[in-house]
Design a protein around this ligand. Structure first.
Ligand SMILES: Nc1ncnc2c1ncn2[C@@H]1O[C@H](COP(=O)(O)OP(=O)(O)OP(=O)(O)O)[C@@H](O)[C@H]1O
Ligand SMILES: [Mg+2]
Length: 249
């Protein structure tokens, strides 16, 4: 294949070098950004108290509005950088035998207040006969957390989120079914693209990061959705036959 052939596959080392470089850049941006954010906080405190008779009160009010805007943009950039670093990280997973139900119970307990706040009823159908899987607990949890957040964010005004597990073939299935507005075909086609978002302040990295993590576990992730019909995200993870069943802890 010609060296300048655009269709030439990117060498794995080139990709790794590039990912490390971009990750390094994101880290470099992070520190000055926190300094800017912190100083905006201090500035906001300086301008906090409005003195009704002050000759500079109008100017102070305008300054406060600008400070608020810069703070919001800093927050947006901080989220984007954090999400990007999660996405670009070269995963070295530590896979250990585990019980998916146990992980989900803990994660859902942690997530319950967020769901309640969004008016979302969490319903758990966790099949006790689930075979053991090999997972990197922390990384896998972060993938599921992204999906739970998507569901709650989609159900603006409340709804129901069913979290279901069951054995399937040589693995286990995890289904997250929400009663949100669903996605049209165009949104679904783009949903796993990095930086695609329909949300104000979204990074568009939740689904691509979740897919990357699930695939690094040897699994798959699929979405079934239609406008007005809610969304079902299905994760399949392999369950190696030699693993002894993991008792829920
Ligand atoms: N459960 C869902 N119901 C409806 N639409 C969804 C759902 N999950 C994802 N989407 C759509 O897919 C898009 C991409 O989701 P993704 O999680 O990658 O990014 P995001 O949620 O927009 O931003 P963030 O980086 O904060 O997660 C969302 O903006 C939304 O349009
Ligand atoms: Mg998201």
């Amino acid at each position: 294949m010609a060296a300048d052939d655009d269709s030439a596959p990117v060498r794995a080392e080139t990709y790794a070098e590039f990912a490390a470089l971009v990750g390094g850049l994101a880290h470099e941006i992070r520190n000055p950004l926190s300094t800017i954010r912190l100083n905006m906080e201090l500035l906001a405190e300086d301008f906090a108290a409005e003195e009704p008779d002050s000759p500079t009160r109008h100017r102070d009010r305008r300054a406060r509005a600008k400070i608020d805007l810069v703070r919001q943009e800093c927050d947006r950039l901080q989220k984007l950088l954090g999400d990007f670093l999660d996405f670009a990280r070269q995963e070295t997973l530590t896979l250990e035998p585990g019980n998916l139900n146990t992980e989900l119970e803990q994660l859902l307990d942690f997530f319950a207040p967020r769901a309640r706040e969004g008016g979302v009823e969490l319903v758990r159908y966790l099949d006790p006969a689930l075979p053991a899987v090999r997972i990197d607990r922390e990384t896998f949890r972060s993938a599921v957390l992204n999906l739970l957040l998507n569901a709650v964010q989609a159900m603006d005004g409340g709804g129901q989120l069913v979290v279901r597990t069951r054995p399937s073939g040589l693995g286990v299935l995890l289904e997250l079914i929400d009663t949100g507005p669903g996605m049209d075909a165009d949104t679904l086609a783009k949903a796993f693209q990095a930086f695609y978002t329909t949300k104000q302040g979204g990074s568009g990295l939740g689904l691509p990061t979740a897919r990357k993590i699930v695939e690094a576990h040897g699994g798959t992730i699929d979405v079934e959705t239609a406008p007005g019909k809610g969304t079902k995200v299905t994760i399949w993870l392999p369950a190696p036959p030699r693993l002894p069943p993991q008792r829920p802890t």
